[in-house]
Design a binder for this molecule. Structure first.
Ligand code: FAD
Length: 381
């Protein structure tokens, strides 16, 4: 067993670190509170080879491993938390599912632009009546000639206002077996966005309505029976979510550590108070433990998809750890931690969201319990 990065991984980490410090660190505060997608960052990352890290070279990616993409997200987040979302979008999200299951024509139509940082893709799974119970989704795909008509709506979709294409989970027939996915271009007739809204982190979202949207046969990604494959790919998204939780927790921890080394009260540095030292010890223990769980899931996935169980354990732990660490870091920094002058409150708000997004902590614990008892526990009455 080896707990160190390989020399190649260290070289890659150092190169990403240099890039992030040079190009991203200075604008981190402004970027975190800016509306819209950081397209300038996406283009820079495309040039640097940080989009499509795990996508095969034949498809325009870098042909790397999942752990390489995790290293990239960690190094980018350490300089600019908001820019870590670009690494997520370009490596972990629906882009990876598209690269895995998409046809040559899907790749020509969408992947090239996604990898060049000119476009972004959303995953539309959640609906008003289908959140944790994702398989209760109601959006239908009804045959029309050779293609399908899509009717329904999606909520909370990340990138909904600026994505060009949505990988939408739809129902071709009844039950779990009836679920598959289609690629819907945002400018297709019948696609409408509802009222703009935002999460507590400031991230924007808007309900997406599909009103009799025509999807030609070539834009079906996974037809009827595709749900399990789709969710296997979604575990990659969860690893990116896990990595960002931990990385933003670590960002907040580093700011608090620096603060405790220079802020004086009662004539002493904050780091000299034992009550605060123990907070730091707890934070460090959580970050280190989370990193081991994250690395286990990512390393074992190698160039494929990560195991559902290892992903669930890593995500549930790191979502909690990231949030708790950011919260304690904010406390250590007092009013400055709570202020928008520092990015600690931003990290806290983002980490809070990841406890819900991509499979809530409770749903992941249900999955972990199934592994423990080696049986399924249907949640329906
Ligand atoms: C920041 C953010 C980004 C998101 N991005 C996307 C996106 O890009 N695409 C997309 O499709 N969706 C996205 N979502 C939606 C997200 O996937 C859902 O919010 C999530 O699945 C939970 O669904 P819900 O909000 O409807 O909560 P509900 O399912 O109504 O759950 C409410 C609460 O009950 C708990 N609960 C539910 N069922 C059980 C159970 N069986 N056992 C124990 N507890 C249970 C949940 O854990 C939660 O705490 C995003 C959400 C957030 C917050």
């Amino acid at each position: 067993m080896e707990f160190r990065l390989t020399p190649e991984q260290q070289q890659f980490r150092d190169a990403v670190r240099r890039f992030a410090q040079k190009e991203l660190a200075a604008g981190a505060l402004e970027r975190a509170h800016a509306a819209g997608y950081p397209w300038d960052v996406a283009k820079l990352m495309a040039k640097q080879g940080l989009l499509g890290i795990t996508i095969p070279a034949a498809d325009g990616g870098q042909g790397g491993r999942l752990i390489d993409a995790v290293i990239a997200i960690e190094e980018i987040a350490a300089a600019c938390p908001r820019s870590a979302d670009v690494v997520q979008a370009g490596n972990f999200g629906p882009i990876r599912v598209l690269a895995e299951y998409g046809s040559a024509s899907h790749k020509t139509a969408f992947l090239k632009k996604l990898l060049s940082g000119e476009s972004v893709i959303s995953v539309g799974m959640t609906e008003p009546d289908a959140g944790s119970a994702a398989t209760e989704l109601k959006t239908t795909a009804t045959p029309d000639g050779k293609g399908f008509r899509i009717n329904g709506s999606k909520i909370f979709t990340t990138h909904s206002s600026y994505a060009d294409v949505i990988l939408a989970y739809v129902r071709f027939g009844p039950g779990v077996g009836g679920i598959g996915s289609v690629l819907i271009e945002k400018n297709a007739a019948g696609v409408k966005l509802g009222k703009a809204s935002s999460f507590m982190s400031g991230e924007e979202w808007a309900q997406i309505y599909f009103d009799n949207v025509y999807v030609p046969p070539e834009l079906v990604l996974l037809g009827e029976g595709g749900f399990k494959k789709q969710i296997a790919g979604f575990n990659v998204e969860r690893i990116g979510n896990t990595a960002r939780s931990l990385a933003l927790g670590r960002y907040a921890y580093e700011r608090a550590r620096e603060w405790a080394l220079q802020r004086k009260q009662f004539g002493r540095l904050l780091c000299e108070f034992q009550g605060l030292q123990w907070k730091f010890a707890e934070m460090k223990m959580k970050l280190d433990a989370g990193q081991l769980l994250l690395y286990r899931a990512a390393v074992n996935a190698d160039t494929g998809f990560p195991s559902a169980e290892e992903t669930a354990i890593a995500k549930a732990y790191c979502n909690q750890a990231g949030f708790e660490v950011a919260n304690e870091a904010l406390q250590v920094m007092g009013g400055m931690g709570y202020s928008r002058e520092a990015l600690v409150e931003y990290c806290l708000a983002r980490c809070r969201g990841w406890m819900i997004a991509g499979g809530s902590i409770e749903i992941l614990k249900n999955r972990i319990a199934e592994g423990i008892f080696e049986r399924s526990f249907p949640q329906r009455p």
